[in-house]
Design a protein around this ligand. Structure first.
Ligand code: PEP
Length: 252
């Protein structure tokens, strides 16, 4: 049976009251696959979400982390601080962080290593810009990201990483990759992982699609063989929509 992860990326949205309201609404759905669902929240909301989801199986986590365990890094949050809150997941290398906050494959690689050492599941984002796709360079570009991001990570640790393929041109634009485009790249990424490690690691890796996934298009994306779920931005802000996407995964 195919494994799924339905991960909501709230980005810089919601107050604590709004998060609490969302958590109650999501819990009320009593999702059959609650353990395959998680919410990646702003740092200020993580503690509250953890308490609200206690005993439900629904996961929670962060959208970024610093790779050093402590020190003079004003404004940053470390892996031990996330561990302290009981987080299970952390996004690494989201294209918005790569574009607006100078995230590089080097820092992504350090963050992956720090999270893996602490037993937190990284959700590694990779994906090409529209310009790169129009030039036909998307596979070379994404393979380059994957190879650099996994540099020096052993097989056992690599198998614990979740990869999210997020074409930048589809994020927050309402323009979704077609199921065939998404499947083609997710299968390609699986092949890159098999090439770096082995077939068992490639075959078992969770590879998500992200980019304007919503209830109306989730099923056709999720039923593709190499797509193990979604990283969902806009549509994850409404409990009804995130639940509908989770239910689409549960029906497959
Ligand atoms: C994202 O933030 O990772 C994302 C895919 O956003 P959206 O679903 O809004 O395109």
């Amino acid at each position: 049976m195919k494994k799924f992860l339905i991960a909501g990326n709230w980005k810089m949205n919601k107050t604590s009251a709004e998060a609490a309201e969302f958590a109650e609404a999501l819990k009320a759905k009593e999702l059959p696959n609650a353990k395959d669902v998680c919410v990646l929240a702003p740092f200020t909301l993580i503690g509250g979400l953890g308490k609200a989801f206690e005993g439900t199986g629904i996961g929670f986590g962060a959208q970024n982390v610093h790779f050093e365990p402590s020190g003079a890094f004003t404004g940053e949050i470390s892996v031990p601080m996330l561990k302290d809150l009981g987080v299970g997941y952390c996004i690494v290398g989201h294209s918005e962080r790569r574009e607006y906050f100078a995230e590089t494959d080097k820092t992504v690689n350090l963050k992956l290593k720090a999270l893996l050492q602490a037993g937190i599941t990284p959700i590694l984002c990779v994906g090409e810009s529209l310009e790169i796709r129009e030039q036909g360079g998307e596979q070379t570009f994404v393979a380059g990201q994957v190879i650099a991001d996994f540099d020096g990570i052993g097989t056992e640790d690599a198998a614990k990483v979740v990869i999210a393929y997020e074409p930048i041109w589809a994020i927050g634009t309402g323009k979704t990759a077609t199921p065939d485009q998404a499947e083609e790249m997710c299968a390609f990424i699986r092949g890159v992982i098999s090439g770096i490690y082995d077939d068992a690691t490639g075959d078992s890796m969770l590879i998500l699609y992200g980019g304007s996934m919503k209830p109306s298009n989730a099923k056709e994306l999720l039923e593709k063989p190499d797509i193990n779920g979604g990283l969902i931005g806009g549509a994850s802000l409404k409990a009804d929509d995130l639940a509908a996407i989770a239910e689409a995964a549960a029906s497959l």
